[in-house]
Design a protein around this ligand. Structure first.
Ligand SMILES: NC(=O)c1ccc[n+]([C@@H]2O[C@H](COP(=O)([O-])OP(=O)(O)OC[C@H]3O[C@@H](n4cnc5c(N)ncnc54)[C@H](O)[C@@H]3O)[C@@H](O)[C@H]2O)c1
Ligand SMILES: [Zn+2]
Length: 363
């Protein structure tokens, strides 16, 4: 399955399929990327036979490879610099190509390195987690963490090609599958009720790697992200809908502490639940749609904040919600739903309203 992403300055393919690794060399050529040299950067947790099956089809003299341990701590300038050093040492030109094989962190770091090397090197993203296949590999946001926070240094730089092979997901832990599923669900809620109904009916098959259902969920999810990104590449306005549930989610992650029991996707599911509850309480969200979404979150087992927080945590959650980049004045901005598929932007609320709302959810 293939789709095209077209922005003001770029036009690239996203290819979704099974067992694409041995074909990557050919796919790159067929997409018109005629590089003389390739640097393949890969995540240390990607099974080595998958890397071998990619490399074996390239001319050995033309490809360099480097394994990196990617995590939020190594998502930094030092790692970018280590990649740029190889490119310089091996005398890469901007027509050559960096291939990233890994999750969202690997893709964000390699995308950023590509954007700054000689002001833009061909970048091929081969995402290997569900989250990166349905979300981070599309849209051109690249970045690294810095002293001021997550993803604070970065660029908008579209890849030349994205190749999503569902075969990578076989080695992915269940928690990471849930993480990607949260973003798929988010995409359905902001754009497409029919897709939401499909997910509600088939989520177990998707999480259990049923090939047909998994491929369809990834493809549909990419299609929605593509449509949003094409309308507003630089997140001036409408792209903000992709933040549904994320103002709450980021605050939940930060309050618990990163890498301490609640990963991003789990926080997103709780964040969606919160935005949906809030929308219902403010009479913004249609009751029947509210019921359908909460029912699904209950089946996924992510709907109860009391499992993670106590009432003494509320001030910290509010503190982090106030840091959100979307906020203006002292109010907290939320993306809410009117109906499934109909989000509303630019709704801001007084801090005290959110505090009393959270008091109702957390004993
Ligand atoms: N650029 C964007 O638009 C965008 C959007 C959403 C998230 N992000 C970023 O993406 C990152 C999260 O991405 P992620 O969830 O993919 O995390 P990740 O890259 O940390 O990968 C998750 C875990 O899976 C491992 N892994 C990767 N591929 C594997 C495989 N095939 N088999 C087994 N293990 C594998 C990784 O080593 C890691 O431990 C965050 O840093 C976030 O800021 C970026
Ligand atoms: Zn997210």
């Amino acid at each position: 399955m293939k789709l095209k992403v077209k922005t003001n300055i770029s036009n690239y393919s996203v290819i979704v399929g099974n067992n694409l690794c041995p074909k990557i060399n050919n796919i790159i050529l067929n997409e018109g990327i005629y590089s003389q040299k390739f640097l393949l950067i890969y995540d240390s947790k990607v099974p080595s036979q998958m890397i071998k099956s990619i490399i074996s089809k390239f001319n050995k003299k033309k490809i360099e490879k480097k394994k990196i341990i990617f995590n939020e701590k190594s998502k930094n300038l030092k790692t970018v610099s280590s990649i740029v050093k190889i490119l310089e040492k091996k005398n890469f030109s901007r027509n050559d190509c960096l291939i990233s094989v890994g999750g969202g962190i690997c893709g964000d770091v390699c995308g950023f390195a590509s954007s700054i090397f000689k002001r833009g090197l061909n970048f091929v993203n081969v995402p290997t987690t569900l989250l990166s296949q349905v979300d981070s590999a599309i849209g051109g946001k690249t970045g690294i963490n810095s002293l001021s926070g997550k993803n604070m240094i970065g660029s908008f730089y579209q890849p030349a090609l994205v190749i999503s092979d569902i075969n990578f997901l076989k080695s992915l832990p269940k928690k990471e599958m849930i993480c990607g599923y949260a973003e798929i669900l988010k995409h359905s809620l902001i754009k497409n009720e029919i897709f939401f109904n499909f997910l509600k009916k088939n989520f177990i098959k998707i999480l259990n790697h049923n090939r047909k259902f998994l491929e369809k969920a990834i493809y549909k999810s990419c299609l929605i992200k593509k449509e949003v990104v094409e309308k507003d590449e630089k997140e001036k306005n409408t792209r903000k809908v992709l933040n549904l549930g994320h103002t709450f989610a980021h605050a939940y992650e930060a309050t618990i502490g990163y890498n301490k029991g609640l990963n991003h996707g789990e926080a997103v599911l709780l964040g969606i639940m919160s935005a949906v509850e809030f929308g219902k309480q403010k009479n913004i969200l249609k009751k029947n749609d509210y019921k359908k979404i909460i029912e699904h979150l209950k089946k996924l087992n992510y709907f109860n904040l009391n499992k993670y927080f106590k009432s003494k945590d509320i001030p910290r959650i509010i503190f982090y919600m106030k840091q959100d980049k979307k906020n203006k004045d002292s109010k907290i901005n939320l993306i809410l739903l009117k109906r499934i598929g109909k989000p509303i932007l630019n709704k801001s609320f007084e801090e005290k309203k959110i505090r009393s709302f959270l008091r109702g959810l957390i004993d």
